[in-house]
Ligand binder design. Sequence first.
Ligand code: HEC
Ligand code: HEC
Length: 312
Amino acid sequence: MSDFTSGFWNVYVVVITFVSIVACGVLLWYQSKVRVKPGGQGPDKTGHVWDGDLEEYNNPLPKWWMNLFWITLVFSAIYLVLYPGMGTFQGVLGWSQVGEYEKERSAVEARVKPLYDKYAAMPIPAVAADAQARAMGERIFLNNCAQCHGSDAGGAKGFPNLRDGDWLYGGEPAKIVESVTAGRMGVMPPQGAALGEEGVRNVVAYVRSLSGLTADPLKAQLGKEKFMASCAACHGADGKGNPAVGAPNLTDKVWLHGSTEAAITETVTKGRNMNVSEGTLAMPAFKDVLGPARIHLVAAYVWSLSNTAAAK
Ligand code: HEC
Ligand code: HEC
């Protein structure tokens, strides 16, 4: 109720609620004054007639029916005193949905805390070897990560595969925890303007040649020089990438943004992840969403996917 923007709406709601209840009461009281006519006089009629002789009687409502209405009125009055409903009045019980949610949540937290504490104290490979912990990690993964990385963690274009043993930032347990806790946003700067069309074509040929894809050898040769000048700082002189900045290994056959000439040309020309507002493919930070204990579990699950021998 605190999101009313002005006091007017508070008064508005209170008045409408109050007047409605009083009006219902008045209507009931008025209706209960209608009495059945003493015997012999026949019932009151409204004067509405259908099909020649079908008349509408104006009999009073049955007592039990009226009493049900009175009960609902009394109930609503008591309810509005106890619970929030009258504008911004919080009710004498101080009940709120948020409070209810927090109560339930802290009850659950208290129940699972010993389990989380136990796993949090264990190194990640040991957690990954525990089937129950893996199942808990998988549930956290499905609820928080699957929409981007896929429910099998197999990834998609722009979203890294987490089960292939190929890592942008490193697959050691501590690196996975770091990725999930603080988030990641590897920025590939656009190089189109600096290289020119010709330069981009050559460097793309060189990049393709690094993983054995078909490429014009002459262009690749020319592109190599450009690569050393413009790309090696991040992707390494050998093109094997740099986990410190999340620059992918360009010599393996794993592609985040696609390996076709067109895809690589787009990557090099326009860059990747340049503008957050265009819905960049960044890894969100889960520090506040999950907290360290859950991150520990989900990291163990992720680690287990590419370390299957250790996790069994
Ligand atoms: C909004 C989409 C999104 C969600 C949700 C998301 N991720 Fe990511 N994640 C990404 C993207 C995009 C990257 C690659 C970031 C980059 O290239 O800099 C990434 C990178 C990672 C990496 C680093 C991979 C590597 O190769 O080094 C890990 C580990 C990871 N995510 C795990 C998780 C886990 C665990 C969760 C759930 C708690 C999660 N992600 C939720 C989009 C997401
Ligand atoms: C400032 C560091 C930096 C420089 C300089 C840089 N890159 Fe990148 N590059 C990255 C990062 C980080 C990514 C991963 C982007 C992401 O996470 O989506 C990337 C991604 C790529 C990809 C996509 C790989 C895939 O798996 O789909 C290609 C191709 C690429 N870079 C080629 C180049 C070339 C060619 C140059 C030089 C002309 C270059 N990069 C210069 C940091 C850099």
